[in-house]
Design a binder for this molecule. Structure first.
Ligand SMILES: Cc1ncc(C[n+]2csc(CCOP(=O)(O)OP(=O)(O)O)c2C)c(N)n1
Ligand SMILES: [Mg+2]
Length: 334
């Protein structure tokens, strides 16, 4: 294998890890092992790896509610992620954050956020820190097309441009915000032009092809490191429903088939054209994710007397009404 081919193959592996991980998340729910049903799968959006491959150790990021794949691409341990989603003590937030509030400062993950657009302003703060400490880090906010209609995005882009912050706003446009197609929520879909109007470098990349995403986002990512904030739109398709319970009755089978035809994994397989190497990667990833799944399911849940730890700031008064209520429920059960 040539060196030049290593990076695309490694990007394929990361995309395969995301795809298989998300399939296991779905299985976790079916087995009744997930903590809740609001699980948002990023299947179809794996080509974001083309952008995350421009990030380095020390860079920070925030994600929206559909951020499992991004965190995996930034080095997350799939067992600890599945444990978090399953509400186990071994999870990244000791099982108390779950899929939509996962965070890990060590890996630069400043937090997933269930509020549409909620994680966007945080990167302005992270960008100020990076600029003031001159640590060469960039901060990236990942969000969906739904956040393109949130006012906070425009305040954040303006401040980033004004203060020349090393940040990138990355919109993963999967064509839907819950059941609303993007052309019914955006007056005009020229999203990069909106960012350019604020003074950002901006680009739209084809999310069906991870190598195109990688090439087309390079200048914006490098520009951000030099203090010129950027905006990237990755054009993708949400393969499944909004969350586990959504069967997408608002989409036609024809539309879904056409959307799933733009599969970044199939595109990468075709481009790489190395059946044996790709099949080996697939088998290794299956083994890795099966082990992660088994480890997460076997992990213990947090002890009930730690229920409020990590949830409330230790300096705030204890939440007595909830504690008392919980104690009485537990007493009844015992
Ligand atoms: C401020 C706010 N409004 C509404 C919701 C309910 N909500 C949850 S996800 C979602 C759709 C988000 O769509 P998008 O930003 O495109 O992300 P996607 O789910 O497609 O990844 C909505 C409206 C919310 N969580 N926050
Ligand atoms: Mg969307």
């Amino acid at each position: 294998m040539t060196l030049a081919n290593d990076a695309p193959l490694s990007r394929y592996r990361t995309m395969r890890r995301i795809r298989t991980f998300e399939e296991r998340v779905g299985e976790l729910f079916l087995k009744g092992e997930s903590a809740g049903s609001m699980l948002h799968l990023s299947i179809g959006e794996e080509a974001v790896v083309g952008l995350t491959d421009h990030m380095k150790t020390g860079d920070t990021f925030t994600t929206h509610h559909r951020g499992h794949g991004i965190f995996l691409a930034r080095g997350a341990d799939p067992m600890r992620m599945l444990a978090e989603i399953a509400g186990r003590e071994a999870g990244y937030c000791r099982g108390k954050g779950g899929s939509m509030h996962i965070a890990d400062r060590g890996l630069g993950h400043l937090g997933a956020n269930a509020i549409v657009g909620g994680g966007i302003p945080h990167i302005v703060g992270a960008g100020i820190t990076a600029r003031n400490t001159a640590n060469q880090a960039i901060s990236v906010a990942f969000f969906g097309d739904g956040a393109m209609s949130q006012g906070i995005l425009y305040e954040a882009m303006n401040m980033a441009a004004l203060w020349k912050l090393p940040v990138v706003f990355c919109c993963i446009n999967n064509q839907y915000g819950m059941g609303t197609r993007v052309d019914r929520s955006a007056g005009k879909q020229a999203f990069p032009a909106r960012a350019e109007a604020f003074g950002l470098n901006a680009v739209r990349a084809d999310g069906a092809d991870v190598e195109t995403v990688h090439n087309d986002t390079q200048a914006v990512m490098e520009g951000a490191r030099d203090g010129h904030p950027g905006f990237v739109e990755i054009d993708a398709y949400r393969f499944h429903g909004h969350a586990r319970m959504d069967k997408s009755p608002y989409r036609t089978p024809e539309e879904e088939a056409a959307g799933r035809d733009r599969d970044p994994l199939i595109m990468a397989r075709t481009t790489l054209d190395d059946e044996a190497a790709l099949n080996t990667i697939d088998a290794e990833v299956t083994e890795e994710m099966d082990a992660a799944m088994a480890g997460a399911i076997a992990a213990p849940v947090p002890a009930t007397d730690t229920m409020f730890q990590d949830v409330y700031d230790p300096t705030t008064p204890a939440p007595q009404p909830q504690r008392a209520r919980l104690a009485s429920v537990l007493e009844e059960l015992n």
